[in-house]
Design a protein around this ligand. Structure first.
Ligand code: FAD
Length: 461
């Protein structure tokens, strides 16, 4: 129990509290807005080291591909709106460089000015940074990472001004896939480099094979099964050095995963967990009373399975921020956890996943069975009908649905949400089959692919 929740008299000797939040994107602004909603007379100050707040990082690949034309279109809330309509005390261009839990203060740097500021409750919402493997990306003109709006802008202007003909994207996770599509879709020869033969472990091999085929069909060159050693640059571009040979390209995008920005917290004695993310309980509390964390810098529990995970995804950041804000405002509300539910677009192929992978289910001793079903996403005769591939993971022990992955048309794979709901509610494959899902020919066959896959699964498990 957080002792500060019972605090009646604060630093100033009156009931109003001062909350400080480090980081002004999804988690930080969600927390700040929630506290202001619940406690309109509390002071809520957000320190953001950049000059944007509340931006849709998820839209950046589409901005680079020019499907979204203006960078400002990715901004959900302007700094002016945050101040005027939400009453947030916003400090842009201010980096927090230290936390002193004993004195309940932070050290802040803005340009050459360094000062300290006090808080009654503190939230760390510093996000995550791209893993760079020690490669000095920021010293190279032709090598990019994509984690913030200025980085997206730098990559787009590099493409516009330098007109690269051949680029490498390194990393077979969501961001690598989306960036490979972005670069290829604007006519650049694209090489996707990934250290394993199969894509990121979030995708089962069967899904990885479907995605790889799609990438090849769209002309992306796959340099798989080769680890990146380094990237160097000379006057004619970049050299991507892998253990399977060197690739000479005009430019490169490094997308080999993200690392939580937990250094500030560690220096302050705050404990970390999975992937070195700040360990939080369901109330977003760290091990130090009065200090909370949320978003990409923080851990979460895998709902229903109890495992601690690092899930750098937008919905989780927004929810943890809001719930962290609720708890900071003194109302106990737990975060229900995540299922690593994710969806992405690879050209016209939609791919989605939720729940455990087969390997995770095995490691938890759940005796998983996995099977795949290929079916139609609309009535057989209805124009535009396409195939949808469903992969379902079920426990042999108790017939509980553990995980699911889908590949098919963009509009079809959002059905992953039905599986997510089922897993969240610990449903068995038989209960899933009982669901009354909507049917009309333009949307699905009479037996929706989820029902068909569960019917087949109920016989296999
Ligand atoms: P961030 O967005 O990283 O924000 C942290 C903020 O803290 C930053 O603004 C930073 O400047 C600031 N900060 C850091 N340190 C300090 C400091 N010391 N002092 C002051 N300020 C500081 N997720 C999905 O669910 N779906 C998607 O399709 C998707 N696509 C993505 C595509 C890309 C290219 C990227 C990069 C991410 C994508 N994500 C996606 C992930 C999603 O964007 C993140 O989960 C989300 O932005 C995390 O929000 P956050 O507030 O925790 O962290």
């Amino acid at each position: 129990m957080n002792k500060l929740n019972n605090l009646k008299v604060t630093r100033g000797g009156y009931n109003k509290m001062k909350c400080v939040i480090i980081g002004g994107d999804a988690a930080g602004i969600s927390a700040a807005s929630q506290i202001r909603r619940m406690k309109p007379d509390w002071q809520v100050r957000v320190y953001e080291k950049g000059h944007y707040i509340s931006y849709a990082a998820c839209g950046m690949p589409y901005y680079v591909a020019d499907a979204v034309h203006e960078l400002d279109d990715l901004v959900e809330l302007t700094p002016e709106e945050a101040v005027s309509s939400r009453g947030i005390d916003l400090c842009l261009g201010h980096e927090v460089t230290g936390i002193d839990p004993g004195n309940r203060s932070v050290t802040v740097q803005s340009g050459s000015k360094v000062f300290s500021d006090t808080w009654d409750r503190l939230m760390i919402a510093t996000g995550a940074s791209p893993a760079c493997m020690g490669i000095p990306v920021h010293e190279m003109k032709s090598v990019h990472t994509i984690n913030s709006l200025p980085q997206a802008e730098a990559l787009k202007s590099y493409i516009k001004n330098s007109r690269p003909e051949r680029m490498a994207v390194i990393g077979g996770g969501y961001i690598g896939l989306e960036m490979a599509e972005a670069v290829r879709s604007i006519g650049i020869e694209t090489i996707l480099v990934h250290r394993r033969e199969d894509l990121h472990r979030a995708f089962e091999k069967e899904m990885s094979d479907i995605i790889k085929k799609k990438l090849r069909d769209e002309g992306v060159i796959l340099h798989f099964g080769h680890s990146l050693k380094t990237i160097t640059e000379d006057e004619s571009g970049a050299i991507v050095v892998t253990d399977g040979g060197d690739l000479r390209v005009d430019g490169a995008v490094l997308a080999v995963g993200v690392e939580p920005n937990s250094g500030l917290a560690i220096d302050a004695g705050i404990k970390t967990g999975r992937a070195n993310a700040i360990r939080v309980n369901e109330f977003m509390e760290t091990n130090i009373a009065g200090i909370y964390a949320a978003g990409d810098c923080a851990t979460a529990a895998l709902a229903g399975f109890g495992m601690e995970v690092h899930a750098p995804l937008a919905l989780k950041a927004n929810k943890q921020g809001r719930i962290g804000g609720t708890n900071m405002a003194g109302v106990r509300e737990p975060f229900a956890g995540v299922l690593n539910t994710a969806i992405t677009k690879i050209f016209d192929l939609g791919v989605a996943r939720t729940g455990l992978s087969f390997a995770e289910a095995e490691s938890l001793g759940l005796e998983p069975v996995k099977y795949t079903v290929e079916s139609r996403d609309r009535a057989r005769y209805y124009p535009g009908m396409q195939k949808i591939h469903s992969l379902v993971i079920v426990s042999k022990k108790d017939r509980r649905v553990l995980g699911a992955q889908l590949a098919g048309a963009l509009s079809a794979v959002k059905r992953i949400d039905v599986y997510s709901t089922a897993i969240y509610n610990s449903m068995t494959i038989d209960r899933l089959m009982d669901l009354d899902l909507a049917y009309a020919p333009p949307f699905s066959p009479v037996y929706d692919p989820v029902l068909l896959a569960s019917r087949i699964g109920s016989r296999k498990v």
